[in-house]
Design a protein around this ligand. Structure first.
Ligand code: SF4
Length: 62
């Protein structure tokens, strides 16, 4: 929630539940939420086909 550049998420009022995605159509597919998520694999980013060639996770760059 804190790293999203376009503020797609809001806190979930239910304690321990994942954040609520408000505007999924506004996602930039930057991958920051995937890289910073404390639970690996909890977020799966499915960028549009035309974006898939360029996006790599932080782990793939090391
Ligand atoms: S991939 Fe989308 S939801 Fe995740 S931080 Fe970037 S803009 Fe926000």
């Amino acid at each position: 929630m804190e790293v999203c550049q376009v503020d797609l998420f809001i806190p979930n009022p239910n304690k321990g539940a994942p954040p609520i995605v408000l505007y999924p159509g506004e996602c930039w597919y930057c991958g920051c939420c995937v890289d910073e998520c404390p639970i690996p694999g909890a977020i799966q980013l499915n960028p549009p086909l035309m974006n898939r060639v360029h996006w790599k996770s932080k782990n793939e760059l090391e």
